[in-house]
Design a protein around this ligand. Structure first.
Ligand SMILES: [Ca+2]
Ligand SMILES: [Ca+2]
Length: 251
């Protein structure tokens, strides 16, 4: 595999980059399956309807597992197993970013709610969020009325109802793509109330794990640099994927 195209230095790890993410995603569908003898192969469920979210193999809908899309429905356990597999493959140490590393990389020096601005700024070129397109329906057998329970910021239109190809939107100032939105991302950290304590990124399997960044399903408020979600490490979710960091000191 090729090395990361861009790195962001943090102590003690180097936060990797989009190039590395591209490569990781492109091999995930086969590589994770091969790497994860337990808990088993990834589920083959790539379709999602435009109206009601249904996840059966036989429903028509929107693909979530095209090669260019970020991988989803991968549990924290599977993501960590992939990191172990990748570390062995590349002879370098790969893992998930800690929650603190993720936020540092997302902010890329910014102090506001989102690296590109405020909750009221047009995100249509900067992030794939729940937008005007997400509020539309093209499924022929359902009414075209907008379901009121679907949260969306319809002031802006980013053009994507579900996940977009990785790198389709502007990168942040440090060259990292999709930190806000597209798919939310596992971190290595166990979810704990603030303030964070030393060892939050130990990677142990105890407790719920923090997920950051929001997804195509979220409005800007839930995609903020500081917004925290958390799930059980065994959960595989249709809008949560991951990116990896490399802790190799020679990068
Ligand atoms: Ca969108
Ligand atoms: Ca993301």
């Amino acid at each position: 595999m090729q090395r990361a195209a861009r790195c962001v230095s943090t102590a003690p790890a180097a936060v990797t980059t989009t190039r590395l993410k591209f490569e990781a995603v492109s091999i995930l569908t086969t590589a994770v399956t091969a790497a994860c003898a337990s808990p088993g192969p990834l589920p083959i469920r790539g379709l999602e309807t435009g109206e009601v979210y249904q996840f059966g193999d036989y429903e028509r809908g929107h693909h979530l597992r095209r090669p260019e899309q970020p991988v989803v429905r991968v549990s924290w356990d599977q993501a960590m197993a992939f990191c172990d597999w990748l570390s062995n493959k590349a002879s370098m140490r790969f893992t998930l970013p800690t929650e603190a590393q993720w936020e540092y990389a997302c902010r890329s020096g910014s102090a506001g709610p989102l690296w590109y601005g405020t909750l009221d700024d047009d995100f249509s070129r900067s992030a794939n969020l729940s937008d005007a397109t997400h509020h539309t329906v093209d499924y022929p057998h359902v009414p075209t009325s907008v379901p009121p329970w679907r949260p969306a910021d319809t002031r802006f239109d980013d053009g994507w109802r579900v996940s977009a190809p990785v790198g389709a939107f502007r990168p942040n100032p440090w060259g990292l793509f999709d930190m806000h939105g597209n798919v939310a991302e596992w971190t290595r950290s166990t979810y704990r109330p603030y303030p964070l304590i030393a060892g939050d990124g130990q990677g142990d399997r105890i407790g719920r794990k923090t997920v950051r960044g929001g997804s195509w399903l979220d409005r800007p408020r839930r995609a903020r640099s500081a917004f925290r979600m958390h799930y059980e490490p065994s959960q595989a979710l249709h809008d949560v994927g991951f990116r990896v960091v490399c802790e190799d000191a020679t990068l």
